[in-house]
Design a protein around this ligand. Structure first.
Ligand code: ATP
Ligand code: MG
Length: 205
């Protein structure tokens, strides 16, 4: 049987994309011998307030700038092209339909893991992808495993923990710092910082 391509998916609002996202993608790539990682900006998600969300075009442009030098990172706009609310389960179904030679690894931070049971159709998602979990906010591996075991008991599926130093920065913190005029140098790629300046992003609510 033909070997399947191992494809990571890093989904997010990327408002803006920061070093936590790209380091996570790179660690997952390395540890799980992935062939590539798709960076997939989401539409303005229904559960996030639209206040303070940069346009889809700006968020996508910043992702492109942040990943362009990495040959195994790719931008995927698949969720932006679909009409209506986009659910991860539909994205995975579409990817499997269009790329039958791929195996998918959906990469999520610990915060997303805690909310996973509220995603649309978790059981189906778990049939379509392995979930790679990254610690955040100081959550211990034990705490992550506890949550993984709870989910597994209900839905089955495959989960793995990505080993990496916790990088406790978030897009919210970056927006907040930028608004206050504090430095975000090194929190984001310098091209992203330049883009934010040129487009006057995140200066007010
Ligand atoms: P916001 O503060 O606006 O929610 P964020 O930093 O959480 O932004 P998102 O675009 O919401 O970024 O996150 C996309 C995915 O990346 C989520 O699965 C999230 O858990 C994960 N992620 C974001 N930042 C980190 C980080 N520093 N370390 C590990 N995972 C992260
Ligand atoms: Mg978030």
């Amino acid at each position: 049987m033909e070997k399947k391509n191992r494809v990571g998916i890093m989904g997010g609002t990327f408002n803006p994309i920061h070093v936590g996202h790209v380091i996570t993608g790179e660690c997952a790539y390395e540890q799980f011998a992935l062939d590539k990682v798709l960076f997939m900006p989401s539409k303005t998600p229904p559960h996030k307030s639209t206040l303070g969300i940069a346009s889809t075009t700006d968020r996508t442009n910043m992702v492109r700038l942040a990943i362009e030098e990495n040959p195994h990172f790719t931008l995927s706009t698949i969720e932006l092209e679909r009409e209506g609310i986009t659910y991860t389960v539909d994205t995975l179904l579409e990817l499997h339909r269009t790329h039958s030679n791929c195996e998918y690894f959906f990469i999520i931070g610990a915060d997303s893991l805690l909310g996973f049971a509220r995603w649309r159709n978790p059981g189906e998602i778990l049939k379509l992808a392995t979930i790679l979990v990254v610690s955040r906010y100081g959550l211990s591996d034990n705490r992550l495993l506890e949550q993984i075991n709870k989910l597994k008991a209900v839905y089955g599926g495959h989960f793995e923990i990505v080993k990496m130093p916790t990088i406790d920065i978030s897009s919210s913190e970056i927006r907040e710092r930028h608004k206050k005029g504090l430095s975000i140098r090194y929190y984001v790629d310098h091209k992203v910082r330049q883009y934010m300046d040129e487009h006057s992003l995140y200066l007010e609510e």
